[in-house]
Design a protein around this ligand. Sequence first.
Ligand SMILES: NC(=O)c1ccc[n+]([C@@H]2O[C@H](COP(=O)([O-])OP(=O)(O)OC[C@H]3O[C@@H](n4cnc5c(N)ncnc54)[C@H](O)[C@@H]3O)[C@@H](O)[C@H]2O)c1
Length: 162
Amino acid sequence: MELEDITVVVTGGASGLESATCRRLVNQSANAAILDLDNETAKALEKALGRKACFCRVDVGNENSVKHASQKVHERFRGISALVNCAGIGGRVKTADVTDGDPVAFNRQTRINLLGVYHVILWVVSMMKKQPQSRRRKGTDNKRVVRCSVRRAGGPWCICLG
Ligand SMILES: NC(=O)c1ccc[n+]([C@@H]2O[C@H](COP(=O)([O-])OP(=O)(O)OC[C@H]3O[C@@H](n4cnc5c(N)ncnc54)[C@H](O)[C@@H]3O)[C@@H](O)[C@H]2O)c1
């Protein structure tokens, strides 16, 4: 896949699989927008990756925060080509017999792992739809692929190509 100069938003980009994704993207001359809650780690990664990387602090569970970060990335790189939507938290919450469940944990899980995915798709893909085809990922011909799976341990994954 031709990645040179495309811009990819990576939520949860500060650590784990997502930070490896950011490194790989920048190594292949793409721009990586790191959207994460974790200031310190993300700033260090941004510095290590240089001018092709941009960190925006975001709480994916907060729609306004996602909206502002999406706009900032769009302005900085003059477009967004693709989204790797992986910010999330682990842990288990009871969904079968909730009478002895933990409502605080359930609220946190759904806010980050469910609403977070929704907010990011809403704002990042909205930006992608507004821009001319030439700024989207080469070769997608206006098609959009959305893939999302929620694994047993809780973290949602979503990949959108616009
Ligand atoms: N690694 C696994 O085995 C595994 C298994 C199942 C699900 N998952 C899920 O897959 C995703 C990636 O896994 P990983 O191991 O690289 O995770 P990770 O914990 O290393 O990275 C998750 C990132 O998301 C960020 N984040 C958490 N809450 C956030 C919020 N509200 N707003 C913005 N950023 C937030 C964290 O700061 C962190 O940088 C995660 O969502 C995880 O829950 C991972």
